[in-house]
Design a binder for this molecule. Structure first.
Ligand code: HEM
Length: 435
């Protein structure tokens, strides 16, 4: 491909992300020549593309000026509903929901955002995760052994690492924290895929398009949460998970409505599922493509925590979040006007040569590693401790098997610009003695 130029570079189309992954070359050029760039293309509403680490931190750390409660939060093509806003319309219309209520707390600003966040943040603290560590380690070992058994049984054929292993711990951990029943986990995995617009052919009805199927599955997921909320209201806090606490606690002196609870649960499920699995599958790929780093890690498992940070920087599973300027603001000598949309490209920040030495080098000993994979500021990821705990447990369990894996065939990427990573990453067992 020819080198990008500012006039025509492309960083917004889900098809390009699905075909080629992150637009690294375009972001490199933007950071070098136009770090706050007015991006105007035919099929997307225009926005300011912010690509440098320092500028992204300035915006994210200034929630009074750059608000989440504006009209746009995630990058989409013109005329396409934003992920997270879709589905609500269908379900909400049949359940008398208030169309002006924000879908979840990510769309809110302070003080309301802070109060909503406090309702669940206690469940994701470092202390809470420390208590779950042995359990996560046990699950990670079990899932890894089952995956290795399936690879062995496949007898040299490729097996999908994403659904076979990477998706399992994030799903189960989230489901357990929320208090979802074990028999629902398979369905939740299907819904989790639909949330990112992916529906396997076997989960579509005859003649149903992928888009229509994901709409239907979102409706099902909303109905599932609705039933759990009603059950919790009827039975008191009998289930014992976070759902019960959310239903039976107040925010700013009032219990949440079903609509608010449903949106909150969807957020916790969505945010906790796809991101972590993408980090793990991208992390496995990085280790297999960089055998010297893999060997270093195997020789010294004490490096797992720093490898996890490098995997987060390297994979950066969230591609962007948008903000709306509530007033005029000058960022990197560029005047942003009230009402303008600003897009924060976290993966670009994680390759910023002003902050990271040799940013395109995958280095599991990188220190310091101030990546922005979890964002920054008021909306900083609520699940960082959980994600780190899951990744640490998974990587530790995988470690002894790393030399057994070989990348096999062509991976497919999620067709999105928001949550990024592989939808399928085929791997197979290494054949011993064959070069
Ligand atoms: C590798 C895994 C993950 C990555 C890369 C990631 C990344 C992010 C990013 C970039 C944001 C937005 C931050 C901002 O706007 O400044 C965010 C927000 C959020 N994340 Fe994560 N996340 C991950 C895992 C999780 C998990 C496991 C949970 C489970 C609870 C979670 C829950 C949330 C929630 C609820 C928010 C919204 C916070 C708010 O608006 O106050 N995330 N995450």
């Amino acid at each position: 491909m020819s080198a990008p130029v500012l006039e025509t570079l492309e960083i917004h189309h889900p098809d390009s992300y699905a075909a080629r992954g992150f637009p690294w070359a375009a972001w490199d050029l933007l950071r070098a020549e136009a770090p706050v760039f007015w991006y105007a293309r035919e099929d997307v509403e225009p926005f300011w593309a912010v690509t440098r680490h320092a500028d992204i931190m300035t915006v994210a750390d200034n929630p009074r000026v750059f608000i989440n409660g504006g009209p746009r939060l995630r990058l989409t093509l013109k005329g396409h509903p934003e992920l997270g806003r879709a589905g609500r319309d269908d379900f909400g219309a049949t359940h008398g929901w208030d169309p002006d209520e924000p879908p979840d707390m990510v769309f809110m600003d302070n003080p309301r955002h802070r109060h909503m966040r406090q309702l669940t943040s206690w469940a994701y603290t470092q202390g809470a995760m420390r208590a779950m560590k042995p359990h996560f380690e046990m699950l990670a070992r079990q899932f890894t052994e089952e995956f290795i058994a399936s690879l062995t049984a496949a007898d040299g054929e490729a097996v999908d690492f994403v659904h076979g292993l990477a998706a399992r711990l994030p799903l189960v951990a989230t489901a357990e924290i929320l208090g979802l029943a074990r028999e629902d986990w398979d369905r939740i995995l299907i819904w989790g895929d639909a949330l990112i617009g992916e529906v396997a052919p076997e989960h579509r009805l005859p003649g149903e398009s992928k888009g229509r199927a994901s709409y239907r599955l979102m409706y099902e997921l909303r109905s599932y949460f609705e039933a759990l909320i009603e059950e919790s209201r009827a039975n008191g806090a009998a289930r014992g998970g976070l759902i019960d606490r959310m239903v039976h606690h107040e925010v700013q002196g009032r219990p949440l409505t079903n609509q608010q609870l449903n949106g909150y649960l969807l957020l916790l499920l969505a945010a906790g599922n796809d991101t972590t699995r993408n980090a793990l599958s991208g992390g496995l790929e990085a280790l297999l493509l960089h055998p010297a780093e893999r060997d270093k890690l195997m020789a010294n498992p004490a490096l797992v925590p720093s490898a996890v940070e490098e995997i987060l920087r390297w994979t950066s599973p969230i591609g962007n979040f948008l903000r709306t300027a509530a007033e005029d603001f000058t960022l990197a000598d560029t005047r942003i006007h009230a009402g303008d949309t600003v897009a924060l490209f976290y993966p670009s920040a994680n390759r910023d040569e002003r902050v990271f030495e040799t940013p395109y080098r995958f280095d599991i000993t990188r220190s310091p590693n101030p990546h922005l994979a979890f964002g920054f500021g008021a909306h900083f990821c609520l699940g960082t401790n959980l994600a780190r705990a899951e990744l640490t447990a998974s990587l530790t369990a995988l470690l002894p098997y790393l030399p057994e894996f070989v990348l096999a065939g062509t991976p497919t990427r999620i067709r999105q610009t928001h949550v990024l990573g592989y939808h399928h990453l085929p791997v197979r067992m290494a054949v011993r003695g064959v070069c």
